[in-house]
Design a protein around this ligand. Structure first.
Ligand code: AOF
Ligand code: ZN
Length: 364
């Protein structure tokens, strides 16, 4: 049985926040629960960039009951005039007596000022309840707001011996339906999905979100140094925007043909290969805050070697296909085991007969 206390209400606020994961663009997900004398009087979440913050929705619901209430907020209430007015002023104005905050806001425009302002106005503020859970929900926001670079997650689906196809290249399907549904949830939650052109040429992938309920499509990004993507490729079907990352040495005529199909072509460096660090910078400038890489061994290896990966999610099926089959990570690797790329904060989840191992590379 759940016991009613501060943690209970903060968990409710975290759940409200996580319901909007994937739909707030470069904004964080935030939840707020307002409680007055033992009664929940308002629940809100930030649902869309440019629209109401979590506190505003919850306070609007609470109305007069906000006076003397406690507000549980998963992120420090903002203190700046952004697309919406500052939440800390609204909390003060409504007469909220106590505010419980999970995590401080790393946005340099806020960064502690929201909490300071509330305290100056005589509001009792507690900070740090379920802080880790809140930070994890906003791991992409936390990186983007400080660096203007997208948070990069590599996802692979491999056999237990780390292979992404058989020796003939056959790969449908490695993991089962439960794992594949989880991958579509990841697509919904990331702003963009990135693959190498070889994936397009081999599978004619559409790269959209296909769930049992409607999901959001990520922006589709293809790393294509020579612009070999066919104009008839499904990735250009208009279901979602498509960006082709290429080099200055790619044929200009191909670029025009692909642009005529609706693609945006972005040159990243002189070539012969796409400068991936520069590519991330340019994608960040376009306000792409998170990227799911479903790329194939070469892209995965290059990103890892360049230290550009924030998170890895390795789906494993209980199958073995032998050493002639292609690997999920094509990179040379170190001479000594002590120099291997290590994952930190590793967790394991089950999806049907498969597993997902999640970790954060130590070299990022
Ligand atoms: C809050 N509650 O629900 C959210 C906050 O452009 P704006 O006006 O939407 O402001 C975005 C910034 O506000 C964002 O970068 C982050 O610092 C904060 N987000 N703050 O008090 C919320 N979404
Ligand atoms: Zn706010």
């Amino acid at each position: 049985m759940e016991v009613i206390n501060d943690e209970f209400y903060m968990r409710l606020a975290l759940q409200a926040a996580s319901s909007a994961a994937g739909q707030t663009s470069i904004n964080p997900v935030v939840g707020c629960v307002v409680v007055n004398e033992g009664r929940v009087v308002g629940i809100g979440a930030h649902l869309k960039r440019g629209e109401g913050h979590a506190e505003v929705h919850a306070l609007n619901m609470a109305g007069d009951y906000a006076k003397g209430a406690t507000a549980y907020v998963t992120l420090e209430p903002c203190s700046h005039h952004g697309r919406t007015p500052p939440c800390c002023e609204r909390l003060i104005q409504e007469g909220v007596k106590r505010v419980v905050v999970a995590a401080t806001d790393p946005n340099p425009l806020v960064a502690g000022r929201g909490i300071k302002r509330l305290r100056e106005a005589g509001v009792d503020v507690t900070v740090g309840l379920l802080e880790e859970e809140s930070r994890k929900l906003n791991e992409a926001f936390n990186k983007y707001i400080m660096t203007k670079l997208p948070f990069v997650t590599i996802k692979t689906a491999a056999t237990l011996d780390g292979r992404v196809a058989t020796r003939t290249g056959h790969s449908r399907w490695i993991t089962g339906p439960e794992a594949r549904e989880a991958v579509h949830t990841l697509r919904h939650r990331n702003a963009a999905i990135l693959v190498g052109v070889s994936t397009i040429l081999a599978d004619d992938s559409e790269l959209t979100t296909r769930l049992s309920v409607p999901g959001l499509h990520p922006i589709r990004i293809v790393v294509d140094s020579k612009l070999r993507t066919p104009v008839s490729a499904r990735v250009l079907n208009g279901e979602a925007p498509t960006i082709l990352l290429t080099t200055e040495s790619a044929p200009a005529e191909r670029a025009r043909e692909l642009e005529a199909q609706g693609a945006e072509v972005i040159a990243c460096g002189p070539g012969p290969r796409v400068d991936l660090a520069l590519a991330l910078k340019k994608l960040g400038e376009k306000e792409i805050g998170s990227i799911l890489v479903e790329g194939g061994g070469t892209i995965n290896g290059s990103l890892l070697e360049a230290g550009l990966v924030d998170k890895i999610m390795l789906f494993y099926a209980p199958k073995l296909v032998g050493s002639e089959a292609p690997s999920a990570f094509a990179f040379q690797g170190p001479d000594r085991m002590g120099d291997a790329l290590e994952l930190e904060n590793v967790s394991v989840e089950h999806f049907g007969r498969d597993w997902c191992v999640t970790g954060y590379p130590s070299n990022r």
